[in-house]
Every structure is written in structure tokens, then in C-alpha cells.
Design a binder for this molecule. Structure first.
Ligand SMILES: *[C@@H]1O[C@H](CO)[C@@H](O)[C@H](O)[C@H]1NC(C)=O
Length: 108
């Protein structure tokens, strides 16, 4: 039942512009939140993550995203983009329950 919603489609920017990519999440618990980036011709890779509310995830490429529980959002931000930031950006959330949830029921 947990999900993320990204509202932007394609975003066109010039070098030096600031970037925001919205992500809202819906969860019954307190998930970890992630941004993945996929550069052209490559597989997706982890950009940054935040494991609890009010944590700020940061990447070594000057991206950051604040885990806001009051607005249930995790918007990705960068102050000044470069051409090399051209990519697909994915928001994701983790399982809220670690380990096995439930189990098999054996009915006679
Ligand atoms: C992104 O989020 C901000 C703040 O929550 C909001 O004002 C803006 O309208 C959103 N943009 C889109 C494209 O949904």
C-alpha cells in the first residue's frame, strides 16, 4: 500500500538553473526514501537517501532532498545544474517492515 508520486514529466533547464523534482509519498509507516538517477545508456544508481523524518539526503553532486513528514514529501533539489545532470530521476521508498512480514498459514 506504500507509494510515491512524481508530478513532473520532462524538465528542460539551462546550465546554472536550479532544479526541483517533486516527490510525495504515501505510507502507513515511516519508510526510508531514495532518489535514483539513470544517465543515458546506463542502469539506475542510487543518488541519495534519507532514513527518517527531517533527515536531509545529500549526494556528492550537490543534490539534496529533505524528508518532510508534515508534507509527506521528498523533493529533489539542486542549486545550479550542469549539462551532465541530464538524466532520469526516480523517487522510491523502502519497505516499512524489516524481516519477514506474516508467514504461511497451514489450513487442514
Ligand atoms: C512541487 O512542490 C511544490 C511545493 O510542495 C509545489 O508548490 C509545486 O506546485 C509542485 N510542482 C509540481 C509540478 O507539482
Amino acid at each position: 500500500g506504500d507509494s510515491v508520486v512524481q508530478t513532473e514529466g520532462e524538465v528542460l533547464l539551462s546550465e546554472g538553473d536550479s532544479l526541483t523534482v517533486n516527490c510525495s509519498y504515501e505510507s502507513t509507516g515511516y519508510p526510508s526514501l531514495f532518489w535514483y538517477v539513470q544517465y543515458p545508456g546506463k542502469g539506475p544508481e542510487l543518488l541519495l537517501k534519507a532514513t527518517k523524518g527531517n533527515d536531509k539526503g545529500r549526494s556528492n553532486k550537490d543534490f539534496e532532498a529533505m524528508y518532510r513528514t508534515e508534507t509527506t514529501s521528498f523533493h529533489l533539489e539542486k542549486g545550479s545544474v550542469r549539462e551532465s545532470d541530464s538524466a532520469v530521476y526516480f523517487c522510491a521508498l523502502s519497505d516499512t517492515v524489516t524481516g519477514t512480514a506474516g508467514g504461511a498459514e497451514h489450513k487442514l
